[in-house]
Design a protein around this ligand. Structure first.
Ligand code: B12
Length: 322
Protein backbone atom coordinates (compact mmCIF):
# COMPACT_ATOMS: atom_id res chain seq x y z
CA UNK A 1 0.00 0.00 0.00
CA UNK A 2 1.54 3.37 -0.98
CA UNK A 3 2.33 5.73 1.88
CA UNK A 4 -0.07 8.49 0.85
CA UNK A 5 0.54 10.47 4.04
CA UNK A 6 4.22 10.66 3.11
CA UNK A 7 3.32 11.58 -0.47
CA UNK A 8 1.06 14.39 0.84
CA UNK A 9 3.93 15.60 3.00
CA UNK A 10 6.33 15.52 0.03
CA UNK A 11 3.90 17.73 -1.91
CA UNK A 12 3.65 20.08 1.05
CA UNK A 13 7.45 20.23 1.23
CA UNK A 14 7.79 20.72 -2.53
CA UNK A 15 9.81 17.53 -3.13
CA UNK A 16 9.06 17.10 -6.84
CA UNK A 17 11.42 14.18 -7.53
CA UNK A 18 10.03 12.17 -4.61
CA UNK A 19 6.43 12.88 -5.64
CA UNK A 20 7.18 11.79 -9.20
CA UNK A 21 8.83 8.55 -8.01
CA UNK A 22 6.09 7.77 -5.49
CA UNK A 23 3.41 8.34 -8.15
CA UNK A 24 5.18 5.94 -10.51
CA UNK A 25 5.64 3.40 -7.71
CA UNK A 26 1.96 3.57 -6.70
CA UNK A 27 0.87 2.93 -10.30
CA UNK A 28 3.40 0.11 -10.68
CA UNK A 29 1.88 -1.42 -7.54
CA UNK A 30 -1.45 -1.54 -9.37
CA UNK A 31 -3.21 1.33 -7.56
CA UNK A 32 -5.86 3.12 -9.63
CA UNK A 33 -5.16 6.51 -11.19
CA UNK A 34 -8.14 7.89 -9.30
CA UNK A 35 -6.78 6.70 -5.96
CA UNK A 36 -3.27 8.04 -6.58
CA UNK A 37 -4.67 11.35 -7.79
CA UNK A 38 -7.11 11.80 -4.95
CA UNK A 39 -5.28 10.27 -1.96
CA UNK A 40 -1.73 11.06 -3.04
CA UNK A 41 -1.79 14.34 -4.95
CA UNK A 42 -5.07 16.20 -4.38
CA UNK A 43 -5.11 15.46 -0.64
CA UNK A 44 -1.57 16.88 -0.30
CA UNK A 45 -2.38 19.96 -2.34
CA UNK A 46 -5.60 20.64 -0.46
CA UNK A 47 -3.63 20.97 2.79
CA UNK A 48 -1.35 23.39 0.96
CA UNK A 49 -4.44 25.28 -0.28
CA UNK A 50 -5.91 25.50 3.21
CA UNK A 51 -2.65 26.68 4.75
CA UNK A 52 -2.28 29.23 1.97
CA UNK A 53 -5.82 30.46 2.55
CA UNK A 54 -5.02 30.92 6.24
CA UNK A 55 -1.72 32.63 5.47
CA UNK A 56 0.34 29.82 7.02
CA UNK A 57 2.07 29.21 3.70
CA UNK A 58 3.23 31.97 1.39
CA UNK A 59 3.35 32.36 -2.39
CA UNK A 60 6.90 30.95 -2.84
CA UNK A 61 6.15 27.81 -0.79
CA UNK A 62 2.83 27.28 -2.57
CA UNK A 63 4.43 27.55 -5.97
CA UNK A 64 7.11 25.05 -5.01
CA UNK A 65 4.43 22.67 -3.68
CA UNK A 66 2.40 23.21 -6.85
CA UNK A 67 5.43 22.26 -8.94
CA UNK A 68 5.85 19.06 -6.93
CA UNK A 69 2.18 18.32 -7.53
CA UNK A 70 2.72 18.93 -11.25
CA UNK A 71 5.54 16.37 -11.28
CA UNK A 72 3.03 13.77 -10.06
CA UNK A 73 0.33 15.03 -12.42
CA UNK A 74 2.69 14.63 -15.37
CA UNK A 75 2.99 10.92 -14.56
CA UNK A 76 -0.80 10.58 -14.36
CA UNK A 77 -1.71 12.85 -17.25
CA UNK A 78 -1.63 10.31 -20.11
CA UNK A 79 -3.75 7.91 -18.04
CA UNK A 80 -6.14 10.64 -16.96
CA UNK A 81 -6.81 11.73 -20.51
CA UNK A 82 -7.44 8.13 -21.47
CA UNK A 83 -9.95 7.92 -18.62
CA UNK A 84 -12.37 10.21 -20.47
CA UNK A 85 -14.54 13.03 -19.27
CA UNK A 86 -16.21 11.05 -16.47
CA UNK A 87 -13.00 11.19 -14.42
CA UNK A 88 -12.91 14.97 -14.57
CA UNK A 89 -14.14 17.39 -11.97
CA UNK A 90 -14.82 19.98 -14.65
CA UNK A 91 -13.22 21.91 -17.49
CA UNK A 92 -11.62 25.28 -16.86
CA UNK A 93 -10.39 27.76 -19.43
CA UNK A 94 -8.07 30.39 -17.91
CA UNK A 95 -6.40 33.51 -19.19
CA UNK A 96 -5.15 36.95 -18.19
CA UNK A 97 -7.13 39.67 -19.93
CA UNK A 98 -6.01 42.01 -22.69
CA UNK A 99 -3.24 44.46 -21.88
CA UNK A 100 -2.13 42.54 -18.79
CA UNK A 101 1.04 40.45 -18.58
CA UNK A 102 0.77 39.28 -14.97
CA UNK A 103 0.51 35.50 -14.83
CA UNK A 104 1.90 34.27 -11.52
CA UNK A 105 -1.49 34.24 -9.78
CA UNK A 106 -3.22 32.78 -12.83
CA UNK A 107 -0.64 30.00 -13.06
CA UNK A 108 -1.07 29.24 -9.40
CA UNK A 109 -4.85 29.07 -9.80
CA UNK A 110 -4.40 26.73 -12.79
CA UNK A 111 -2.12 24.42 -10.82
CA UNK A 112 -4.44 24.28 -7.83
CA UNK A 113 -7.45 23.70 -10.08
CA UNK A 114 -5.60 20.82 -11.77
CA UNK A 115 -4.81 19.58 -8.30
CA UNK A 116 -8.52 19.54 -7.55
CA UNK A 117 -9.14 17.40 -10.65
CA UNK A 118 -10.11 20.04 -13.22
CA UNK A 119 -8.94 19.73 -16.79
CA UNK A 120 -7.38 23.13 -17.39
CA UNK A 121 -6.56 24.99 -20.56
CA UNK A 122 -4.44 28.06 -19.97
CA UNK A 123 -4.46 30.46 -22.90
CA UNK A 124 -1.86 32.75 -21.35
CA UNK A 125 -1.67 36.49 -20.90
CA UNK A 126 -2.96 39.50 -22.87
CA UNK A 127 -6.07 37.71 -24.13
CA UNK A 128 -8.89 39.45 -26.02
CA UNK A 129 -12.55 38.46 -25.87
CA UNK A 130 -12.17 36.98 -29.35
CA UNK A 131 -9.35 34.72 -28.14
CA UNK A 132 -11.35 33.63 -25.08
CA UNK A 133 -14.34 32.90 -27.32
CA UNK A 134 -12.30 30.95 -29.89
CA UNK A 135 -10.62 28.89 -27.16
CA UNK A 136 -14.01 28.20 -25.55
CA UNK A 137 -15.39 27.04 -28.91
CA UNK A 138 -12.62 24.46 -29.15
CA UNK A 139 -12.13 23.46 -25.50
CA UNK A 140 -15.80 23.49 -24.35
CA UNK A 141 -15.16 24.65 -20.78
CA UNK A 142 -17.63 24.62 -17.90
CA UNK A 143 -15.92 27.71 -16.51
CA UNK A 144 -13.94 30.57 -17.96
CA UNK A 145 -11.57 32.14 -15.44
CA UNK A 146 -10.10 35.57 -16.01
CA UNK A 147 -7.23 37.20 -14.20
CA UNK A 148 -6.29 40.91 -14.07
CA UNK A 149 -3.75 42.66 -11.87
CA UNK A 150 -4.04 46.20 -13.17
CA UNK A 151 -6.85 48.64 -12.52
CA UNK A 152 -6.49 49.64 -16.16
CA UNK A 153 -7.11 46.09 -17.44
CA UNK A 154 -9.72 44.82 -14.97
CA UNK A 155 -12.39 46.81 -16.80
CA UNK A 156 -11.77 44.60 -19.85
CA UNK A 157 -13.26 41.70 -17.90
CA UNK A 158 -16.68 43.24 -18.53
CA UNK A 159 -16.02 43.02 -22.28
CA UNK A 160 -15.31 39.30 -21.92
CA UNK A 161 -18.38 38.80 -19.70
CA UNK A 162 -20.52 40.51 -22.36
CA UNK A 163 -18.88 38.39 -25.05
CA UNK A 164 -20.02 35.26 -23.22
CA UNK A 165 -23.51 36.55 -22.55
CA UNK A 166 -24.71 35.39 -25.97
CA UNK A 167 -26.62 32.30 -27.10
CA UNK A 168 -24.32 29.27 -27.36
CA UNK A 169 -21.89 30.58 -24.76
CA UNK A 170 -24.17 31.76 -21.95
CA UNK A 171 -24.12 28.35 -20.20
CA UNK A 172 -20.41 28.85 -19.39
CA UNK A 173 -19.83 30.15 -15.87
CA UNK A 174 -17.49 33.11 -15.49
CA UNK A 175 -15.03 33.52 -12.63
CA UNK A 176 -12.69 36.44 -12.05
CA UNK A 177 -9.73 37.21 -9.82
CA UNK A 178 -6.59 39.25 -9.33
CA UNK A 179 -5.31 41.72 -6.76
CA UNK A 180 -7.66 44.65 -7.59
CA UNK A 181 -10.76 42.44 -8.00
CA UNK A 182 -13.53 42.18 -5.41
CA UNK A 183 -16.89 40.45 -5.10
CA UNK A 184 -18.50 43.84 -5.61
CA UNK A 185 -16.72 44.22 -8.94
CA UNK A 186 -17.75 40.69 -9.95
CA UNK A 187 -21.39 41.57 -9.20
CA UNK A 188 -21.07 44.86 -11.04
CA UNK A 189 -19.86 43.30 -14.30
CA UNK A 190 -22.11 40.23 -14.08
CA UNK A 191 -19.46 37.56 -13.45
CA UNK A 192 -20.57 34.42 -11.59
CA UNK A 193 -17.97 34.71 -8.86
CA UNK A 194 -14.70 36.01 -7.53
CA UNK A 195 -11.85 34.25 -5.72
CA UNK A 196 -9.37 36.09 -3.49
CA UNK A 197 -6.66 33.43 -3.77
CA UNK A 198 -5.94 30.12 -5.48
CA UNK A 199 -7.61 28.07 -2.81
CA UNK A 200 -10.78 30.20 -2.78
CA UNK A 201 -10.67 30.03 -6.57
CA UNK A 202 -10.87 26.22 -6.42
CA UNK A 203 -13.76 26.39 -3.92
CA UNK A 204 -15.52 28.74 -6.32
CA UNK A 205 -14.89 26.50 -9.36
CA UNK A 206 -16.19 23.44 -7.48
CA UNK A 207 -19.30 25.38 -6.54
CA UNK A 208 -19.79 26.56 -10.12
CA UNK A 209 -19.73 22.96 -11.41
CA UNK A 210 -22.15 21.87 -8.67
CA UNK A 211 -19.55 19.93 -6.65
CA UNK A 212 -19.09 22.18 -3.64
CA UNK A 213 -20.85 24.53 -1.27
CA UNK A 214 -21.26 28.20 -2.02
CA UNK A 215 -17.97 29.80 -0.98
CA UNK A 216 -18.12 32.23 1.89
CA UNK A 217 -17.28 35.70 0.55
CA UNK A 218 -13.51 35.50 0.68
CA UNK A 219 -11.69 38.17 2.59
CA UNK A 220 -8.67 39.84 1.04
CA UNK A 221 -5.38 38.69 2.50
CA UNK A 222 -5.66 39.36 6.21
CA UNK A 223 -3.17 39.74 8.92
CA UNK A 224 -3.86 37.23 11.67
CA UNK A 225 -2.79 33.70 10.77
CA UNK A 226 -3.04 31.30 13.67
CA UNK A 227 -4.74 32.15 16.91
CA UNK A 228 -5.39 30.04 19.97
CA UNK A 229 -8.84 29.57 21.44
CA UNK A 230 -7.90 30.71 24.92
CA UNK A 231 -6.72 34.26 25.59
CA UNK A 232 -2.97 34.46 25.23
CA UNK A 233 -0.99 35.17 28.37
CA UNK A 234 2.55 35.87 27.29
CA UNK A 235 5.34 36.10 29.81
CA UNK A 236 6.59 39.70 30.12
CA UNK A 237 9.96 38.79 28.57
CA UNK A 238 8.36 36.93 25.60
CA UNK A 239 10.25 36.88 22.32
CA UNK A 240 9.05 36.46 18.74
CA UNK A 241 10.90 35.37 15.62
CA UNK A 242 10.56 37.24 12.36
CA UNK A 243 11.64 36.82 8.75
CA UNK A 244 11.50 39.15 5.79
CA UNK A 245 10.58 37.88 2.32
CA UNK A 246 12.86 39.51 -0.23
CA UNK A 247 12.63 39.85 -3.98
CA UNK A 248 16.34 40.00 -4.76
CA UNK A 249 17.42 42.58 -2.16
CA UNK A 250 14.03 44.32 -1.96
CA UNK A 251 11.73 43.55 1.00
CA UNK A 252 8.29 42.31 0.06
CA UNK A 253 6.57 41.15 3.25
CA UNK A 254 7.22 40.21 6.88
CA UNK A 255 6.12 37.26 8.97
CA UNK A 256 6.48 37.05 12.73
CA UNK A 257 5.56 34.27 15.11
CA UNK A 258 5.82 32.82 18.58
CA UNK A 259 4.29 29.76 20.27
CA UNK A 260 0.84 31.33 20.22
CA UNK A 261 0.33 32.94 16.84
CA UNK A 262 1.88 33.84 13.51
CA UNK A 263 1.15 37.02 11.63
CA UNK A 264 1.93 38.33 8.19
CA UNK A 265 2.32 41.97 7.32
CA UNK A 266 2.40 43.29 3.79
CA UNK A 267 4.51 46.31 3.08
CA UNK A 268 2.94 49.41 1.47
CA UNK A 269 2.44 49.54 -2.31
CA UNK A 270 5.62 51.57 -2.69
CA UNK A 271 7.65 48.41 -1.97
CA UNK A 272 5.79 46.34 -4.59
CA UNK A 273 6.26 49.25 -7.00
CA UNK A 274 9.97 49.13 -6.44
CA UNK A 275 10.04 45.39 -7.11
CA UNK A 276 8.09 46.02 -10.30
CA UNK A 277 10.49 48.66 -11.53
CA UNK A 278 13.54 46.47 -10.80
CA UNK A 279 11.89 43.42 -12.40
CA UNK A 280 11.00 45.43 -15.50
CA UNK A 281 14.48 46.90 -15.69
CA UNK A 282 16.04 43.43 -15.52
CA UNK A 283 13.52 42.01 -17.99
CA UNK A 284 11.83 39.50 -15.65
CA UNK A 285 8.52 39.00 -17.41
CA UNK A 286 8.10 35.24 -16.95
CA UNK A 287 6.48 34.05 -13.72
CA UNK A 288 9.13 31.41 -12.98
CA UNK A 289 12.01 33.85 -13.50
CA UNK A 290 10.29 36.30 -11.22
CA UNK A 291 9.57 33.74 -8.49
CA UNK A 292 13.13 32.46 -8.54
CA UNK A 293 14.15 35.84 -7.11
CA UNK A 294 12.07 35.42 -3.93
CA UNK A 295 13.83 34.24 -0.78
CA UNK A 296 13.30 34.40 2.94
CA UNK A 297 15.86 36.35 5.00
CA UNK A 298 17.35 35.06 8.25
CA UNK A 299 15.17 34.15 11.23
CA UNK A 300 15.73 36.83 13.84
CA UNK A 301 14.44 37.01 17.41
CA UNK A 302 13.18 40.10 19.20
CA UNK A 303 11.32 40.88 22.36
CA UNK A 304 7.56 41.34 22.09
CA UNK A 305 4.45 39.73 20.62
CA UNK A 306 4.49 38.92 16.86
CA UNK A 307 2.23 41.85 15.97
CA UNK A 308 4.48 44.33 17.78
CA UNK A 309 7.65 42.85 16.31
CA UNK A 310 6.22 42.86 12.77
CA UNK A 311 4.97 46.45 13.19
CA UNK A 312 8.39 47.55 14.44
CA UNK A 313 10.22 45.84 11.54
CA UNK A 314 7.76 47.36 9.07
CA UNK A 315 8.34 50.84 10.53
CA UNK A 316 12.12 50.34 10.28
CA UNK A 317 11.91 49.22 6.66
CA UNK A 318 9.71 52.20 5.82
CA UNK A 319 12.07 54.59 7.59
CA UNK A 320 15.03 53.09 5.74
CA UNK A 321 13.32 53.63 2.35
CA UNK A 322 14.16 56.94 0.79
C1 B12 B 1 5.09 40.38 -10.20
C2 B12 B 1 4.55 41.72 -10.63
C3 B12 B 1 4.87 42.14 -11.92
C4 B12 B 1 5.68 41.29 -12.89
C5 B12 B 1 4.75 40.25 -13.51
C6 B12 B 1 5.48 38.94 -13.79
C7 B12 B 1 4.49 37.91 -14.20
N1 B12 B 1 4.91 37.05 -15.10
O1 B12 B 1 3.38 37.84 -13.71
C8 B12 B 1 6.14 42.37 -13.93
C9 B12 B 1 7.47 42.92 -13.47
C10 B12 B 1 6.25 41.91 -15.39
C11 B12 B 1 5.08 43.46 -13.71
C12 B12 B 1 4.79 44.42 -14.64
C13 B12 B 1 3.93 45.50 -14.38
N2 B12 B 1 3.30 45.76 -13.23
CO1 B12 B 1 3.19 44.52 -11.76
N3 B12 B 1 3.21 43.62 -10.13
C14 B12 B 1 3.73 42.49 -9.76
C15 B12 B 1 3.46 42.27 -8.27
C16 B12 B 1 4.71 42.73 -7.50
C17 B12 B 1 3.11 40.87 -7.81
C18 B12 B 1 1.92 40.23 -8.55
C19 B12 B 1 1.89 38.77 -8.20
O2 B12 B 1 2.39 37.94 -8.93
N4 B12 B 1 1.35 38.44 -7.01
C20 B12 B 1 1.34 37.06 -6.49
C21 B12 B 1 0.13 36.29 -7.02
C22 B12 B 1 0.14 34.88 -6.45
O3 B12 B 1 -1.03 36.94 -6.54
P1 B12 B 1 -2.20 37.44 -7.52
O4 B12 B 1 -1.68 37.73 -8.85
O5 B12 B 1 -3.01 38.45 -6.82
O6 B12 B 1 -3.10 36.12 -7.70
C23 B12 B 1 -3.85 35.54 -6.67
C24 B12 B 1 -5.29 36.08 -6.53
O7 B12 B 1 -5.44 37.40 -7.01
C25 B12 B 1 -6.15 35.06 -7.21
N5 B12 B 1 -6.37 35.15 -8.66
C26 B12 B 1 -5.58 35.62 -9.63
N6 B12 B 1 -6.12 35.44 -10.82
C27 B12 B 1 -7.30 34.80 -10.63
C28 B12 B 1 -8.27 34.38 -11.53
C29 B12 B 1 -9.42 33.78 -11.05
C30 B12 B 1 -10.47 33.33 -12.00
C31 B12 B 1 -9.62 33.62 -9.65
C32 B12 B 1 -10.87 33.03 -9.15
C33 B12 B 1 -8.63 34.04 -8.75
C34 B12 B 1 -7.49 34.62 -9.25
O8 B12 B 1 -5.47 33.85 -6.93
C35 B12 B 1 -4.07 34.08 -7.09
C36 B12 B 1 -3.29 33.07 -6.31
O9 B12 B 1 -3.49 33.18 -4.93
C37 B12 B 1 2.25 43.22 -8.04
C38 B12 B 1 2.08 43.73 -6.61
C39 B12 B 1 1.05 42.98 -5.85
N7 B12 B 1 1.23 42.99 -4.57
O10 B12 B 1 0.09 42.43 -6.39
C40 B12 B 1 2.54 44.31 -9.05
C41 B12 B 1 1.42 45.17 -9.62
C42 B12 B 1 0.21 44.33 -9.94
N8 B12 B 1 2.00 45.68 -10.84
C43 B12 B 1 1.68 46.91 -11.08
C44 B12 B 1 2.11 47.66 -12.19
C45 B12 B 1 1.75 49.13 -12.18
C46 B12 B 1 2.84 47.06 -13.23
C47 B12 B 1 3.34 47.75 -14.49
C48 B12 B 1 2.36 48.71 -15.15
C49 B12 B 1 4.64 48.43 -14.05
C50 B12 B 1 5.46 49.18 -15.07
N9 B12 B 1 6.37 49.90 -14.47
O11 B12 B 1 5.33 49.09 -16.25
C51 B12 B 1 3.67 46.55 -15.40
C52 B12 B 1 2.48 46.17 -16.28
C53 B12 B 1 2.80 45.14 -17.30
C54 B12 B 1 1.53 44.66 -17.92
N10 B12 B 1 1.14 45.24 -19.04
O12 B12 B 1 0.88 43.80 -17.39
C55 B12 B 1 0.78 47.48 -9.99
C56 B12 B 1 -0.67 47.62 -10.42
C57 B12 B 1 -1.27 48.90 -9.91
C58 B12 B 1 -2.67 49.03 -10.31
N11 B12 B 1 -3.49 49.35 -9.35
O13 B12 B 1 -3.06 48.88 -11.44
C59 B12 B 1 1.04 46.48 -8.81
C60 B12 B 1 -0.15 46.30 -7.85
C61 B12 B 1 2.27 47.04 -8.06
C62 B12 B 1 1.94 48.33 -7.30
N12 B12 B 1 2.09 49.44 -7.89
O14 B12 B 1 1.56 48.32 -6.18
N13 B12 B 1 4.47 43.32 -12.49
Amino acid sequence: MPDYALMNQCIYDGKAKEVEQMTQAALAEGRSVKEVLEDGLIAGMSVVGEDFKHNILYVPEVLIAARAMKAGMNVLKPLLTAGGPSSQTGRLLMGTVRGDLHDIGKNLVCMMAEGAGFVVKDIGVDQSVEKFAAAAEEFKPDIVGMSALLTTTMTYMKTVVDGFNVPGRDHIRLAIGGAPISQMFADEIGADGYGADASSAVDLFLYLVGKGDAPVAAAKKGVVLKTVAAPVVRPPDAKSTYQILYWQDLPSEIKAWDDFEEIKVSLPALFADRIDVQAQRLGFTKGDDYIAQLRWGDEIQRSGAPADVAAAVKAELEAASP
